[in-house]
Every structure is written in structure tokens, then in C-alpha cells.
Design a protein around this ligand. Structure first.
Ligand SMILES: Nc1nc2c(ncn2[C@@H]2O[C@H](COP(=O)(O)OP(=O)(O)OP(=O)(O)O)[C@@H](O)[C@H]2O)c(=O)[nH]1
Length: 319
């Protein structure tokens, strides 16, 4: 960055500068005349030694990379007539954003004390600054909202199983301890239904893995649609699904499992030629949270009940 002269002796005029639009008074011109104009080569950082300063691009362009928690942000391009550093000048804080010349550029440098004098000189500069800052705040808020939405989208994605759309194991590991804790706190019952499709290996071997995937997605849809909005359906692993039933005691959970078992038996799976495949059945293990149980032993109890349902001949529920 090299000083090449004073603004007053340069080929640039105040009218071209956004910050001084409609504020081009003789007093403003006199104050700006002595400000240095510097030259920055393409790729060169605009050093301000962490001091707050206002830079107005006269020619070329600057790239501003906002300092974010992640260390990286989108680069904003600052074009001729536009400025950078207003906020740090106004709140007298170091500008942490990385500023680099995107082209060979010439900049007008205005020291903070002079910015305040320019503001004192007339309303025009103050009005332009306010307009600019409110625009920047709006843009920053919009960016934040977009990032929040994106974050929520990815969070959802990481908590759901791609094939069935049910919650996945990561969700379960996070949420089941919380649901158990809430059930203890509220002194409300909590039940689990562990579900395993019957002879699914045979189904896959006979109709192909793709048809198996469709069958799994159908089974998941059956479970999800048969539950209350306050219940949760999870893909526990492979062809094993789980229903979590808050506020539901063992008697009610058995009724829910029976309904799920019957719906599963009735569900029709179509292959991609839209030909109905043989009906699926499932085995169901029901367990309710006992006084001494934690989430782990609750899952083990539902798993043991499921094993008994398999042993007893499948297509049934066991407690
Ligand atoms: N198509 C498909 N198959 C899966 C998926 N996940 C697990 N499987 C299959 O599910 C089958 C489970 O087989 P097993 O554990 O032997 O159980 P099963 O054949 O259902 O027999 P039982 O549970 O005893 O009734 C395996 O063949 C797995 O490959 C999946 O995402 N898609």
C-alpha cells in the first residue's frame, strides 16, 4: 500500500463517492482534499494495523472477508464509489475483517477523527452513513437467517434416515435419555415397541434388494401413520424399527403394538412394475419404563420381548 498523493490533487471527484452523495459541500471538499490516496496492488492486503479507518474505493475493487466464528465467510466485493470500515470507525473498534485488493486499486483513506468532522459538517454525510449501515445490517441479518435455515436443514438431515424418513439412531441416542428423564420428572409412563420385519432376508433374496428397500419404506410409512403425533418412529438399524410412546402405559402400548401388527399385515408393497408383492409381517416387542430402569435396560427389555415374539412364531406381539 503506497501513498500516491492527496485526494484534492487527484483525478477523482467527490460526486462519484456514495458516502458523499448530495453532501458535496465546499466544507466537505476542503476536509477531503488533504486525505491521502493510496495504491494497492491486486492480491495485496489493505493493512490498517488493526486501526479503524475508512477506505473508499476510487478505482479497482476490494474483497472483504468477514471474520466469522468459523474463520471463513463469503467474500464481499467493494466497487468504486463504495466504502469499507464505516462501522469500526463509528464504534472505534478494530476492523477484524480481512480486506484485500481484488484488482490494482486506488483508495481514499479517511482517518476516524476526520469522519466525525465530516459528520459534524452537515447532515448529508450522516444520512448517507445511516442509510449504508442500515443496508449492511439488513444484509447481515438476511445472511444469518439463511445460515440458520441451512443449519436446521442439515441438522434435520443428520437426524433422519434417508430410506425411510424415520428418525435415525443418532436421534435416538440423543433423545431417548431425554424422554426417559422427562417421563421420570413428570411421573408419566413411557413405552417402547421394538419392531422387526419377518423373514426379511428371504424377501430380499426372492424379490431383490430394491424391492426390499421399498418394503422397508412401506413398513416405516405404516408405523408412522399409525402413531399419534406425540409418538416417535425410529429406524433402529437394518430392518429393525422402533416406536417410542410417551405418556403410554404397558396396556395401551400393547394395544398400539397390536394395531401396528395388524396394519403391517394388511400393507401392500408394490415393486417398480407396480405389481403387488407378498404381504409383510413383523414381530413386535413391547416394554414400559420400570422404576429402576434406564434407557438402555428399557431397550433391552423391548428387544427381549421381540425375541420372544420371533420364537413364538412371528407376526405377533410380546411383552
Ligand atoms: N433391502 C434392504 N434389506 C435390508 C436393509 N437393512 C437390512 N436388510 C436385510 O434384512 C435382512 C435381515 O435378515 P435377518 O436378520 O436374518 O432376519 P430375517 O430374515 O428378517 O429373519 P427374522 O428376523 O428371524 O424373521 C438381511 O438380509 C439384511 O440384508 C435395507 O436397508 N434394505
Amino acid at each position: 500500500m503506497k501513498i500516491i498523493g492527496a485526494f484534492g490533487a487527484s483525478r477523482y471527484t467527490i460526486r462519484e463517492l456514495e458516502l458523499f452523495r448530495d453532501a458535496d459541500t465546499p466544507a466537505v471538499a476542503a476536509l477531503l482534499a488533504a486525505c491521502p490516496v493510496v495504491k494497492v496492488a491486486k492480491g495485496e492486503p489493505v493493512e490498517d494495523g488493526l486501526r479503524a479507518r475508512l477506505y473508499v474505493v476510487l478505482s479497482g475493487s476490494l474483497g472483504v472477508q468477514p471474520a466469522t466464528a468459523a474463520g471463513e465467510g463469503e467474500i464481499q466485493r467493494v466497487l468504486p464509489g463504495e466504502s469499507v470500515g464505516e462501522q469500526s470507525v463509528l464504534d472505534d473498534a478494530a476492523n477484524l475483517d480481512a480486506i484485500t485488493a481484488l484488482d490494482d486499486s486506488e483508495l481514499l483513506v479517511i482517518e476516524p477523527a476526520l469522519v466525525w468532522r465530516l459528520i459534524d459538517e452537515g447532515n448529508g454525510v450522516a444520512r448517507n452513513l445511516l442509510r449504508l449501515l442500515s443496508f449492511r445490517i439488513r444484509a447481515a441479518n438476511a445472511l444469518l437467517r439463511r445460515r440458520q435455515k441451512l443449519g436446521e436443514f442439515y441438522r434435520q438431515l443428520s437426524m433422519n434416515d434417508g430410506l425411510t424418513g424415520l428418525y435415525n439412531r443418532a436421534w435416538l441416542n440423543d433423545m431417548l435419555p431425554k424422554l426417559v428423564a422427562r417421563s421420570r420428572m413428570d411421573r408419566s409412563p413411557l413405552s417402547l415397541v421394538m419392531i422387526d420385519l419377518d423373514h426379511f432376508k428371504r424377501f430380499n433374496d426372492t424379490h431383490g434388494h430394491m424391492a426390499g428397500d421399498t418394503a422397508l419404506a412401506t413398513a416405516a410409512a405404516v408405523i408412522r401413520s399409525a402413531l399419534r403425533p406425540s409418538d416417535f418412529a425410529v429406524r433402529y438399524g437394518g430392518e429393525e424399527l422402533m416406536a417410542i410412546l410417551p405418556n403410554t402405559n404397558r396396556t395401551l402400548a400393547v394395544m398400539v403394538a397390536e394395531r401396528l401388527c395388524a396394519r403391517m399385515r394388511e400393507a401392500v408393497v408394490f415393486d417398480d412394475m407396480r405389481i403387488a408383492l407378498p404381504h409383510l409381517t413383523g414381530s413386535f416387542g413391547v416394554a414400559s419404563l420400570g422404576a429402576e430402569q434406564d434407557e438402555r435396560s428399557l431397550v433391552e427389555a423391548a428387544d427381549a420381548a421381540l425375541y420372544r415374539a420371533k420364537e413364538a412364531g412371528r407376526d405377533r406381539i410380546h411383552v
